[in-house]
Design a protein around this ligand. Sequence first.
Ligand code: HEM
Length: 212
Amino acid sequence: MTIFDWPARMQQMADFVGFTEDDLELLRASGPLLIDRADDLAAAVYEHFLSFPATARYFLTRDGEVNETRLTRRKHSLARWLRNSIEFRIDHQFPVFLLAVGVVHSNPPLPAGRHGSVPARFMTGTISFIQTQIASTLAEEMNDSAAAMRTAIAWNKMLMLQLDVLLAGYVTETPIPPRPDAPLMDDDGNEIEPGMTVTHDPNRRNGSPEAH
Ligand code: HEM
């Protein structure tokens, strides 16, 4: 059995997007401000879902009415996720929590399964919507606009780290191995850099996590 080291993979992504200790501090510092707005943020996300038929359908009853009980439960889940995000850390628990949240959307259990999976593009779109909401909230609430900008950048990077794991249940990577003998051509078919040779790097994993 192969076990993926998710914290190591998240750390690799954190290094790649340049998410630093300073970013982590900025996130933490914005906590009190955003916690106060967590319920409003969750409400805005669900209002957005309800304004598009493709996403509203997950929250409708069989006769097409908004399922208020379900919606309230989901708003609470999203607000909880947002609060957890303020506590973001790359440890052994956070990726597991994110994988579980992702799988509920990619492979929904019953009774949510009645609607089928949530298309991956709406997961991406939701993270984008949340990034915009958070950046706007920070811009409104923080007096120091340069600090608000830095904090929004930290949130953007961290939410991309999360999205990468949230999408794990959707994405099946099938990397094409390097082909050392393939000629290097430009768009017109002319060979470029004829002296250059491509060597196969056995350590390259095309972004897939290290297996133990
Ligand atoms: C990336 C953004 C999203 C986050 C962070 C998120 C977060 C969550 C969380 C924390 C739960 C509760 C999981 C649990 O039961 O433990 C949940 C459930 C659910 N979410 Fe999302 N969600 C996102 C996007 C979406 C989208 C785009 C839709 C559909 C338009 C959606 C529809 C649902 C539904 C239907 C459930 C209920 C599943 C069930 O009851 O079993 N979510 N979500």
